[in-house]
Design a protein around this ligand. Structure first.
Ligand code: MLT
Length: 441
C-alpha cells in the first residue's frame, strides 16, 4: 500500500521580513543579469564593491597564518582576537589621536554591517524607534524593521552640505545612525558637525551609531574625523569601521566597532548568541593591514587606491557635466551622486534598458534620494569611458520609456505618527555648501 501523497508545506516570509524592501544591490544585480547580452555586458556601477587588490602585506599575512599557525582554525571569541583589538586601538590612536581600551572599547565584527544591524537588536525594544539618515545606507532601515522597531527619518539637507536636521525626532528614538564620509552623497562631516550629533544624543538620552566605513577614502587635504574625537562622544556613541573599503576586502567580512563600553558589551553579548566571531585567520591577518598605519597619513597602499578612485570620480563627474547633467561634487566615499530632477528611478531604468548601464536609483536610499542616481566608481576607467560614450543615446528622448518605473528598494513610509514631534533639540548651526554643480554643458 502506498502512503497518501501530502502536499509540501507552503513557506512564507515572516511579517517583519515582508516589511523590509528587497536589498537594493541584490535586486539590481538580478535585473542586470536579465539584461546581459552576449558581447554587450552590463556595465555595473551599482554596488560599492572595491575592485582594487588588497595590500600585499595583508594577503601575505593570511597565507602565512594558514600555512604555519595551527591555532588559527579554532573559534575566536565574541569580542574578537586580542591581537586585532590591540591593532584597532593603535589605529585609532595614530590615525585619529583617540585613546582606546582594547579590552572594553573594541569589538571585532563580521563586517561592519553585522554590527550596525545588531546594535538596535541588542539595545532597543517594543515602542522604541531608530533614526535613519535619509538619504542613507539601506541596511539601517532594514536593521530597524527586522527588529520590529519604528523608523524615523533623519533628513539630510541638500542645501546644508547633506548634514542632518535633528529637529523633528520624537522622544521614542533610542538610537540614531549617522554616516560620514557619507554614502550615498559623498559629503564629509567636520568635527563641529559631529559635535551637534553628540550634543543631540546627550540631550535626548539616545545612543549614536556612527558609520565611519569610508573614513580613509577622502579626496581633500583634510582626513575625515572620528566621532570619538568629540569630547563626550564616548558616553553615547559607537563608531563602526570596515576593512572592506579601505583595504579592498569586502568578501572577507571583517570590521570593528569602537566606543562606549556599555553599548559594546551589549553588542558582544548579542554576538555570543548569534555568531561565533569573524574567521580567526582573517582577523589575525587584518592586524597586518592596520599595522600599515604609522600616523594620520594614509599608508602608500591605501593612498594609491584612493588616488585611483579619485581619478575615476573626476572622469565620471566631468563626463556627466559635459552632457549637461548635475553632479554633487564628492569629498569622500566611492560614489558620484547625480541629480535628476525628473526622477532618479526613471533614469536608472532607462540607463539599464537602453544602454546596459546599472546605477542605483537614489530612492533606494530613501525619499531624500528620489531626485538622484548613484554611480559607484568601483569599476575601471575604461568602463567609465564606455558608459559615458553610451550615455547620450540613452538620454535622448527618441523613445518614451523609463518614466514611472518602480523604485528599487524604496523604504516604506514610516508608520503614522512616527515621523515628527517631541523634539527637544535646539536649532543647529549649519554650514552652507553648494548642493550641486551644473556644468554649462
Ligand atoms: C553600497 O554599495 O552602498 C554598499 O557598500 C554595499 C554594501 O555594503 O552592502
Amino acid at each position: 500500500m502506498t502512503a497518501p501523497r501530502r502536499s509540501p508545506p507552503a513557506f512564507r516570509e515572516a511579517i517583519r521580513l515582508a516589511r523590509v524592501p528587497l536589498y537594493p544591490f541584490a535586486e539590481l544585480e538580478r535585473r542586470a543579469a536579465e539584461q546581459e547580452r552576449p558581447g554587450r555586458p552590463v556595465l555595473k556601477f551599482a554596488i560599492g564593491d572595491p575592485d582594487l587588490p588588497p595590500p600585499e602585506a595583508l594577503t601575505r599575512a593570511l597565507a602565512e597564518i594558514l600555512r604555519s599557525d595551527p591555532t588559527s582554525h579554532g573559534y575566536s571569541t565574541s569580542r574578537g582576537e586580542p591581537t586585532l583589538r590591540e591593532a584597532v586601538a593603535r589605529f585609532l590612536r595614530v590615525r585619529f589621536g583617540v585613546p582606546i581600551d582594547p579590552e572594553r572599547e573594541v569589538a571585532i565584527l563580521v563586517g561592519s554591517k553585522e554590527g550596525l544591524s545588531g546594535l538596535p537588536r541588542a539595545l532597543l525594544g517594543p515602542g522604541e524607534a531608530v533614526a535613519v539618515p535619509d538619504p542613507g545606507y539601506p541596511a539601517y532601515v532594514a536593521a530597524a524593521l527586522l527588529n520590529d522597531l519604528a523608523v524615523e527619518r533623519l533628513p539630510l539637507r541638500p542645501g546644508g552640505g547633506w548634514l542632518p536636521d535633528w529637529e523633528g525626532l520624537s522622544a521614542r528614538v533610542g538610537l540614531a545612525y549617522l554616516n560620514y564620509p557619507n554614502n550615498p552623497t559623498g559629503q564629509v562631516a567636520r568635527l563641529p558637525d559631529l559635535k551637534e550629533a553628540v550634543d543631540w544624543a546627550h540631550d535626548h538620552g539616545s545612543a549614536l551609531a556612527f558609520d565611519n566605513a569610508y573614513s580613509e577614502i577622502t579626496y581633500g587635504s583634510e582626513p575625515a574625523p572620528s566621532i570619538l574625537e568629540v569630547p563626550g562622544a564616548r558616553e553615547v556613541a559607537v563608531e563602526f569601521h570596515s576593512l572592506s573599503k579601505t583595504f579592498g576586502i569586502p568578501g572577507w567580512r571583517v570590521g570593528f566597532a569602537v566606543g562606549n563600553p556599555d553599548l559594546l558589551r551589549l553588542l558582544v553579548r548579542l554576538k555570543s548568541q548569534s555568531d561565533s566571531g569573524a574567521a580567526t585567520p582573517l582577523q589575525r591577518a587584518a592586524v597586518a593591514a592596520l599595522g600599515l598605519y604609522r600616523g594620520r597619513e594614509r599608508p602608500p597602499e591605501v593612498a594609491r587606491a584612493v588616488a585611483t578612485y579619485g581619478e575615476r570620480i573626476r572622469a565620471l563627474a566631468a563626463g556627466l557635466e559635459a552632457l549637461g547633467l548635475e553632479v554633487v561634487p564628492p569629498q569622500g566615499a566611492l560614489y558620484v551622486w547625480q541629480r535628476v530632477r525628473s526622477g532618479g528611478a526613471a533614469l536608472a531604468e532607462r540607463l539599464l534598458d537602453r544602454a546596459g548601464i546599472l546605477v542605483t536609483p537614489g530612492s533606494a536610499f530613501g525619499r531624500g534620494g528620489e531626485e538622484y542616481v548613484r554611480w559607484s566608481v568601483t569599476r575601471p576607467l575604461s568602463e567609465i569611458e564606455t558608459a559615458l560614450r553610451r550615455l547620450p543615446a540613452a538620454l535622448s528622448p527618441r523613445r518614451g520609456g523609463g518614466d514611472g518605473a518602480p523604485a528599487v528598494g524604496t523604504p516604506p513610509e514610516p508608520p503614522p505618527g512616527t515621523g515628527s514631534g517631541g523634539s527637544r533639540s535646539s536649532s543647529p548651526r549649519r554650514r552652507a555648501r553648494p548642493a550641486t554643480r551644473r556644468s554649462p554643458g
